[in-house]
Write a protein that binds this ligand. Structure first.
Ligand code: AQP
Length: 355
């Protein structure tokens, strides 16, 4: 049975990339599959502990963004990760499944740890194991994320496959596996964890910085001008788009003409994602025009799409009672799925159960 899992870290500065690359794409899935959306607060401490109060505020803000974007708590499970203990437990077990070599190849760790790897937290290094645990604690089959998470999802698949292989006999003996959908002589007939499908598609899988078309739009970029925050008002949005880096050429009429023009490609991609059009359709409309004409149109569109969301986020965070109630119900529903999975996993591994 298909089941979707995805999440965003409550690390502040939620931006257009998080919205277009992830949250907005979750909305239609709610009517097609079972959907679980998590605010991954355990991940948010891997790069340092936030100041007191910040984590709570950011957790509520991300939840508010989910709801304002159209995630419906009646259709989806919405919760914060630290409320469901199984994430941390499964992450530990996966620490013992994943190999050092696999994690050493993770480019996000290299980028985030920077030059000072010796001083990075062990949690930052093991981050992808926690992400695998987030997904597999629900035996989720589909994970809609931005392009930057591709490598981590491959690691999740490797962890699932290694676990299924290493414990093939126990899974079979206990009779708690499901038939392997891709049988082959090397793979077990019965598997416990699905080999998750990444869902990375559309014109906005990697929104780039407004100041540098070769760098991902990111929460941690020191320049606020590099990103459109979901909390920005109309003035801030139009100022940032006006100041966005571009080249001096007019927009091309064909998508091919965006090659080697990263800033132009990014702005056209943002317009396409916000309007639900393809890049080619956008160029059909604006090809031949200068940025001086395209940028105001992009600003108007961004404001039109984001302003109602920003207003709803403000309403929800002003009095967090509603958000906290949604997260509480979500955590209960999430636990109801994850607890039996962890019970199975403990049995598969062979821990003595005396309770
Ligand atoms: N620029 C982006 N374009 C498209 N999708 C993006 N995502 C992030 N940036 C972009 C997607 O948003 C989801 C949540 O991301 P996250 O909060 O888990 O963390 P992140 O990827 O670390 O976000 P940032 O903004 O890049 O933060 P920092 O600065 O801390 O690195 C994911 O699905 C991600 O793909």
């Amino acid at each position: 049975q298909p089941r979707v899992f995805s999440g965003v870290q409550p690390t502040g500065n939620l931006h257009l990339g998080n919205y277009l690359g992830a949250v907005s794409r979750w909305v239609p899935l709610q009517d097609q599959m079972e959907t679980i959306f998590c605010v991954v607060d355990l991940h948010a401490i891997t790069a340092g502990f936030p100041a007191p109060g910040e984590l709570k505020a950011a957790t509520r803000e991300v939840t508010a963004a989910y709801i304002a974007a159209g995630i419906d708590p009646k259709k989806s499970i919405i919760f914060n990760q630290s409320q469901v203990r199984e994430h941390a437990e499964l992450a530990w077990l996966f620490n013992c499944v994943a190999r050092m070599g696999w994690l050493s190849r993770m480019t996000q760790f290299k980028e985030k740890a920077g030059k000072n790897k010796e001083n990075a937290s062990v949690g930052l290094f093991a981050y992808p194991n926690l992400m695998a645990a987030d997904i597999l604690a629900y035996r989720a089959t589909h994970v809609p994320v931005g392009d930057d998470q591709k490598q981590h999802l491959e690691l999740t698949r490797d962890i699932a496959q290694k676990f299924n292989n290493d414990f093939a006999n126990q899974i079979k003996e206990l009779g708690i596996g499901v038939p392997n959908p891709t049988p082959s002589p090397e793979l077990p007939e019965q598997i416990y964890f699905p080999v998750t499908e990444p869902m990375i598609a559309g014109p906005a899988t990697r929104i780039m910085s407004l100041r540098d078309g070769t760098k991902k739009m990111s929460k941690s970029d020191p320049s606020d001008l590099s990103r459109i925050n979901l909390k920005d008002d109309a003035d801030a949005i139009s100022k940032k788009i006006k100041k966005a880096k571009t080249d001096p050429e007019a927009l091309p009429s064909e998508v091919d003409g965006l090659k080697d023009r990263p800033e132009a490609d990014n702005l056209v991609g943002i317009y396409a994602a916000l309007s639900g059009k393809t890049k080619q359709e956008v160029l059909g409309e604006f090809g031949g025009q200068q940025f001086s004409a395209f940028k105001p149109a992009l600003s108007d569109l961004a404001v039109e799409k984001l302003a109602p969301m920003t207003g709803e986020m403000r309403r929800l965070t002003d009095d967090p009672t509603e958000i906290d109630a949604i997260l509480k119900i979500g955590a209960e529903k999430a636990s109801a799925i994850a607890e039996p999975v962890l019970k199975d996993v403990r049995k598969i591994i062979g821990f003595l159960d005396v309770r």
